[in-house]
Design a protein around this ligand. Sequence first.
Ligand code: 4AD
Ligand code: MG
Length: 463
Amino acid sequence: MDYYERVKINNIINDKISDYDDITVLGWVRTKRVTKNIAFIELNDGSTVHNLQIVVLEPEKHPLEEISNGASIKVEGYLEKVEGREQDIEMKAKKITVIGQAPEDYVLQKKRHTFEFLREIAHLRPRTNTLSVVNRFRSKMSYAVHQFFQERDFHYIHAPIITTGDAEGAGEMFKVTTLDPANPPRDEAGEIDYSQDFFGQETGLTVSGQLQAELLACALGDVYTFGPTFRAENSNTSRHASEFWMIEPEMAFCDLEEMTVLIEDFIKYLFQYALDKAEEEMMFFNKNIDEDRIEVLRDIIKADFAHITYTEAVDILQASGESFEYPVEWGNDLQSEHERYLTEKHFQKPVMVTDYPKKIKAFYMRENDDDKTVRAVDCLVPEVGEIVGGSQREERLEVLKRRMEEENMDLEKYDWFLDIRRYGTVPHSGFGLGFERILMYLSGMGNIRDIIPFPRTPGNAKF
Ligand code: 4AD
Ligand code: MG
């Protein structure tokens, strides 16, 4: 009954209300202040970070003693404009109904909590300002992702979550099995016999939707995935999660250079979208998380991203005179300290690094004529480091087969992947953008655990 009658507080704050009388709001009490003649309640309903001030003129007529911080209530009354305050509208209560009380041991009282503590109460932290803003921001930026690709006639595809292949070849798959871990069936050699498992073979959670996106791109042209991906890597950093959301576009008839244009357009589009359509959230981040945030975003939108090859990156790092923890040598993967030097100190803007040594990159990347490097691209940004990883794909059947043999892969298992190269093969390219990574960069939030509602990291899967 109340659900359709109530007005959401964001519409009140943004003055989208035509009738100021007979207003009903539903929400949770943030604070309450009672004196003999008047009481004030700050009410939040999750539609905006802003609270609506409820003014109670005859406190003794309302169940104020039942209302404490965290309680859910319904308020009926009327709105009034007030002069000279940041928020120029308040509500005078005629009737207050308590829906659910919150006893005194409710942990979110007025005092500030650290992000570390809030992670331990991840079920309640969406009720704090920062985490509520983060969650609304995720929602808006998800919409931006879809809008960008839909405007460009890309098709949104759903890659499977349960897969048989480790697309990245990094051995970081979580197993999916219904076998009894204490007593799995074994073959003659004593190995676990997965032919008796649920799917009749060994399966795991996907590390990337790319391989399936390639199949669909080679039928539908331009496609993108946007879904959860899983990595069982034991990385305890502020930028790694075991479950994260990735956006993976895949384009047929597209080479690496053409794709880098799309990557830059995509990132800038998201930045512009945040400034235009998530203004409330960006203002919050700018005020409470990093006072330069909006400036940082504007600078990125104006910047021409730098383009260098991996080999040039190595030269720059070796000539830098910096003492890095990990040595810089052609053939080694770039570590995050190297990536940050390139993007933060040397270029001071986003950098696309291309043509990495094939030994450190996945099997599906297109080989260059030098026989040493592949058509890979990583996009590096200040603060976060790698935000995008992608490549032009190897579309030549024989080259791909040789490459997979070099990696000791079971070609038969990937026969379907090779079929795409057998029948009407085309040059194609794709990339993956970590949704949490770009949200971190947009918001200035320093830890991936605070930009996803219920983070999964080594040792943590509660909630
Ligand atoms: O570089 P990655 O591993 O590339 C792929 O998975 C390719 N299959 C993508 C493709 O070409 N379709 O991951 C892509 C991006 C990274 O640049 C990073 O932004 C993010 O995904 N990412 C992570 N984000 C959070 N936690 C982790 N553990 C991440 N691993 C990768
Ligand atoms: Mg990568």
